[in-house]
Design a protein around this ligand. Structure first.
Ligand code: FAD
Length: 332
């Protein structure tokens, strides 16, 4: 049975988010060689949409459906839902995939409810036995303390949101394989119950925490806002982002936009360096899925060492500059 998938490819600041390419990769895996993957993009910046469409077409979307309309300013959820609905009408997919981002979390259940589909949120892995074979979706539960493995009844429609940084992004098609086409979507602006007046960025520029490969995170042990400076230097050198525990946020050392954990962001970088963070269960809920965890803490009994792959017992104000100098030396 050939499967048709539709990917909502989210952009941020005019550029495709990496999770959009990860959702596309997952869709290609699900569709297999006999199926087809379509993508839908939505926004107000025609040049940015054209660039995004070209990238998606080069990475395996057979048709990229483009909604370009003023109502899509700020990715208002009702407008994005309407764009996805228009693409569903055009494509009649079996599965709709999107990123498990703030926007994805808001839009995916709406789309699933509207089309009477199953909804599997926060997928971190897909186990696939090959074309037409059994597919199992894996997602963490209870802040990562349990893992759920789900199967969709064959033929049932599904909406899947994939956690950023967990699935491989779709690779560009090999030379000689024809690239996909781009088509304007028959999109009609819905009644917008909310409109986006403005978006004010709180964390200062830099790499998006949710998609960062490296995160250097500080806790109450950094002692002040200035105490984050060595962490920022290390993160900048490694092309990563700075995160924080709630302890550091509550103490006013940094903005809550940086908080990682049960009530903050859930992150899964390749490398997570926890500095002066005790490792409370609520913090672990946001970062224990990281590929490699390094903990720096002056208390050898700190619980963070229980999840760390590498532990350094010592003063972060000595260790972090040493690490930075060592990385700078070895990176040339
Ligand atoms: P502390 O527990 O005070 O730890 C500071 C650590 O720094 C200590 O281990 C100390 O040994 C070490 N240290 C001190 N000085 C140095 C130094 N110079 N060098 C090296 N190490 C040093 N927390 C979160 O992080 N994220 C959440 O999303 C979150 N959600 C929560 C939700 C609820 C409902 C509740 C009740 C709590 C939540 N918390 C959350 C709070 C959580 O329980 C902890 O209080 C918090 O994570 C502690 O932050 P911390 O590790 O920075 O501080």
């Amino acid at each position: 049975m050939s499967l048709t998938c539709l990917v909502y490819a989210e952009s941020k600041d005019g550029r495709l988010r990496r999770v959009a390419l990860e959702a596309l990769g997952a869709a290609r895996l699900l569709a297999g060689d006999s199926g087809a993957v379509h993508a839908v993009i939505a926004g107000t910046d025609s040049a940015a949409l054209a660039e995004a469409a070209a990238e998606l077409a080069a990475r395996g979307a057979v048709v990229v459906h483009v909604a370009d309309d003023p109502s899509l300013h700020g990715s208002a959820p009702e407008a994005v839902q309407a764009a996805i609905a228009a693409a569903i009408d055009a494509v009649q997919p079996s599965a709709v995939l999107l990123g498990h981002t703030a926007l994805g979390r808001e839009v995916a259940p709406r789309v699933a409810a509207a089309i009477g589909a199953a909804h599997i949120a926060d997928v971190t892995a897909i186990e696939h036995s090959g074309d037409g074979g059994d597919v199992v979706f894996v997602r963490p539960l209870y802040a990562g303390k349990a893992v759920e493995r789900l199967r969709i009844v064959p033929g049932a429609p599904a909406v899947l949101s994939v956690r950023p940084n967990n699935l491989p992004p779709a690779k560009p098609l090999p030379p000689g394989i024809p690239q996909g086409s781009v088509a304007a979507l028959a999109y009609r602006a819905p009644t917008l119950w909310t409109t986006v007046r403005s978006v004010v960025r709180k964390a200062s520029g830099g790499v998006d925490l949710a998609e960062a490969d490296v995160i250097v995170s500080g806790g109450r042990g950094v002692r002040s806002a200035d105490g984050f400076a060595p962490l920022q230097a290390l993160a900048a050198l490694l092309g990563g982002a700075v995160g924080a525990s709630r302890g550091a946020c509550d103490a006013g050392y940094c903005d809550y936009a940086l908080q990682i954990g049960q009530t903050g962001k859930v992150v899964t970088p390749q490398l997570y360096i926890a500095c002066g963070i005790s490792g409370a269960i609520q913090h672990l809920a946001g970062m224990s899925g990281s590929r490699v965890i390094v903990a720096i803490n002056k208390d050898a009994e700190a619980p963070i060492f229980g999840v760390a792959d590498y532990g350094i017992v010592g003063d972060l104000f000595e260790i972090v500059p040493l690490l930075t100098a060592e990385f700078r030396r070895s990176l040339g």
